[in-house]
Design a protein around this ligand. Sequence first.
Ligand code: NDP
Length: 324
Amino acid sequence: MAEAQQIPAQGQADLRGFRLISGHTIPSVGLGTWRSGPKASDAVFIAITEAGYRHVDTAAEYGVQEEVGHGLSAAMQAGIDRQDLFIASKIWCSDLAPDRVRTALKTTLQDLQLDYLDLYLIHWPFRLKEGAHKPPEAGEILDFDMEAVWREMEQLVKDGLVRDIGVCNFTLKKLDKLLRIAQTMPSVCQMEMHPGWRNDKMLEACKKNGIHVTAYSPLGSQDGGRDLIHDPTVTEVANKLNKTPGQVLVRWALQRGTSVIPKSTNSERIKENIQVFGWEIPEEDFRALNSIRDQRRVLDGEDIFVNKIHGPYRCAADLWDNED
Ligand code: NDP
């Protein structure tokens, strides 16, 4: 199958967009909105109208979809066309049952004040009981019928409610299973990726199957994440290129053929993070960034899905099918 994500979309040179297997284009830099809180509305508006973003990433679980909706609606009132925007959201684990998928999407559309999504992703491949605790108590992890849920996601595409469907936080094993049952291919796989967690094997597997990858937490995430902004290799490359560490981290993701969704609610940093075109990280510096040691995930899902005593997942490695 074609390595779709490696080919810059037509008319969008310099990695500004990537062509998906569906034929649609995903703008390469999107605004992340996790933990954006009430500032999400202004952040989205500024990103679109002042900084030039055309891609916004959100999720039902972030609790900011209404704010994102206000920002989008204000941007459209300011003259931006809906068709020029790429809006991605995610279905939460408590809705991963076939009879809940459509209702979940409808609520998301309503909150976002949209009549279709560009991309609808499975947020995590685990089903939680409604109101599950963090970490989950006994019996709060339910069976996830991937095939039945995917059929419903496919139907959303057929009904024009969603243009592309995809997944997040998958393993090689789960991707393999999905590819065996899918009638509509997942266009996108969204994964944690940054120089401190390259996750090369998922990237390669996706490329091989024509699935585009979006890199989340590209700056090392927030609140207890990994401080890549002050990593010595990152700052050295940034100083050498006369760019900021944030720009180097975003550009690194683009040069790997992934789209990337840095989060910021600060207008200066929102603008900074998309100034990543018209220059590149030279080969030797790219290699240096690829050699950062201590490869590890920031977001391993343990706090949401692991119950050490009752299982079914007793440690983070169980969630990742022991592939790391
Ligand atoms: P990021 O790696 O994007 O880092 C965000 C943090 O970096 C914030 O504290 C932000 O603060 C700060 N920051 C932003 N720009 C700069 C800069 N130029 N210099 C210094 N600091 C900066 O973290 P996230 O974990 O939020 O990941 C990005 C997005 O990916 C999420 O918002 C979400 O949309 C998505 N995501 C998806 C997941 C999934 O399971 N599918 C999981 C996690 C994230 P400030 O706002 O003050 O600028």
